[in-house]
Ligand binder design. Structure first.
Ligand SMILES: Cc1cc2nc3c(=O)[nH]c(=O)nc-3n(C[C@H](O)[C@H](O)[C@H](O)COP(=O)(O)OP(=O)(O)OC[C@H]3O[C@@H](n4cnc5c(N)ncnc54)[C@H](O)[C@@H]3O)c2cc1C
Length: 455
């Protein structure tokens, strides 16, 4: 039987980063990364299709952490563009700038009035902190008011999350939902406010290769990655995993990055308390429809949110505006995101007709437009739902895993709402825990790269 000190399930960014940091340490620790697909990258990976490079919807780099930023820029070298976000909302037949709550200018006057008046009413509480126990629905109502909730917050979030918003907590929204000041809400109702709000005012995106180029660059620095190696069962007591086509692999420490629910389903002998905690974990699916269109620059925008029910999708983006090199010359690549409920049948043909109809009705596609190609890329486990059960269930599960020397990291392993940079940092922190050291930051030499790319 094959044996390794650390067995890492999943060759996405979290798994690769964990292996990279372990392998670069001075301690001699053997590692093995098992990835079920024939390529690394997980959700940050891309597919080549009819001359187009398609990602799993928009995968843009928002870099916040000094080490994360340095490592990512060191990996990409000068293969990236730095862009100012150009994102919009389409509702009431008009485009307004993101975020909706700060930019109602351009909507019908009655909608602007409802949004501003509703927001002003929320100020009556004198800016007192809201209780953290509020549901997302009550929090949004108290923070933004009735108008903004009616015209954006409620319909958009219901379409994305597919659960009643009063069953959701506010733990996830921190940096993801911008909260403008009163003067910004007023100014943005009266004029086309061009100010940037939110955590992702700028982003980076690879010039060539789509989002796949980041995990590919990381994987080039990692040894012992087995592709096409699907883990089918795990025994945490015997310290053995079963892998399709390989057989059994013994390990000292296990690092999981596959969705926690699937990992637990494959783990033998879980006690009842852990199994019932697992049954409380909820998530949504996303179905990403990629289109190649025979017309260049069909939009100047990066992505657009669609809160209204008449559209079956919640967001659509134009990847050729991230990088022109991901599509043949003269063509536009775009992606459309439709959310789904796990376990419910998704009618691809019906949803596709509705997508195309929606894109035509808002003028993005013209009747003469020719589709060069299309590709559905389903993401069965896309967004972890932060409902009232999640925190308690996660505590029970992680305490059990800790007692069995198993780590579960990354966006889906740790069962959270996060992004690519964080997945890389999760891998690094996990390596530090395994090695018993406080910092395994690597010496990197990329300080000039951003300046070079900006030239
Ligand atoms: C719709 C959507 C849009 C997003 N947009 C952005 C964005 O713009 N910017 C951003 O920074 N982040 C974005 N993200 C988040 C980003 O995709 C993730 O944070 C990151 O890619 C997670 O990496 P990971 O390694 O934790 O997980 P994953 O990428 O899911 O990696 C897990 C790996 O485990 C493998 N695996 C699963 N089961 C098995 C098994 N049984 N055996 C072996 N291997 C297995 C999988 O194939 C996969 O490669 C988005 C996510 C979604 C869903």
């Amino acid at each position: 039987m094959l044996k390794t000190d650390v067995l890492i399930i999943g060759g996405g960014l979290a798994g690769l980063s964990c292996a990279y940091h372990l392998q670069r340490s001075h301690q001699k620790v053997s590692t093995l990364v098992l990835e079920k697909e024939k390529r690394v990258g997980g959700l940050a990976g891309s597919l080549q299709h009819d001359g187009f490079t398609f990602d799993h919807t928009g995968h843009l780099l928002h870099l916040h952490d000094p080490y994360g930023k340095k490592l990512i820029l060191d990996l990409l070298k000068d293969n990236f563009y730095l862009r100012n976000r150009n994102s919009w909302i389409y509702s009431h037949g008009a485009y307004t700038r993101y975020p909706f709550q700060a930019n109602t200018y351009g909507l019908p006057p009655r909608v602007v009035e409802a949004c501003v008046v509703g927001f002003l009413k929320t100020l009556r509480n004198g800016g007192q902190a809201l209780p953290s126990s509020l549901s997302f629905k009550s929090w949004a109502l108290s923070t933004f008011g009735e108008g903004i909730c009616k015209h954006f917050m409620f319909p958009y979030n219901e379409k994305l999350w597919r659960v009643p918003l009063n069953s959701m907590t506010t733990e996830w929204q921190g940096r993801f939902v911008p909260k403008p000041k009163p003067e910004e809400v007023l100014y943005g109702a009266l004029t086309d406010q061009k100010k940037f709000f939110g955590y992702n005012a700028t982003f980076r995106y690879p010039k060539r290769g789509g989002s796949q180029s980041l995990p590919d660059a990381l994987a080039r620095r990692v040894k012992n990655i087995h592709l096409g190696a699907q883990v089918t069962a795990i025994d945490l007591n015997q310290r053995v995993a079963e892998i399709d086509g390989i057989g059994e692999v013994g390990f000292e420490t296990l690092v999981n990055t596959m969705p926690l629910v699937h990992f637990l389903d494959k783990t033998k002998g879980l006690p009842q308390v852990v199994r019932s905690a697992r049954a409380d974990l909820r998530y949504t699916s996303v179905y990403c429809l990629n289109l190649g269109i025979a017309r260049s620059s069909i939009s100047d925008k990066h992505w657009i949110y669609f809160p209204e029910k008449q559209f079956n999708f919640y967001r659509a983006g134009f990847s050729t505006n991230f990088s022109p090199h991901i599509a043949p010359r003269g063509a536009t690549a775009m992606y459309i995101e439709v959310s789904g409920i796990p376990g419910q049948k998704f009618e691809f043909d019906r949803e596709e007709s509705r997508v195309l109809e929606g894109l035509r009705s808002c003028g993005i596609l013209k009747s003469k437009d020719r589709l060069l190609t299309k590709l559905w890329m389903p993401i069965p486990c896309a967004y972890v739902i932060y409902d009232r059960e999640r925190a308690r269930a996660a505590r029970t599960i992680f305490s059990y895993l800790k007692d069995h020397r198993a780590e579960s990291i990354g966006r889906y392993g740790a069962w959270k709402y996060s992004f690519m940079e964080e997945a890389i940092l999760d891998g690094k922190r996990c390596a530090e825990r395994i090695l018993g050291v406080s910092d395994v930051s690597l010496k990197l030499s990329s300080s000039n790269i951003e300046l070079q790319a900006l030239k």
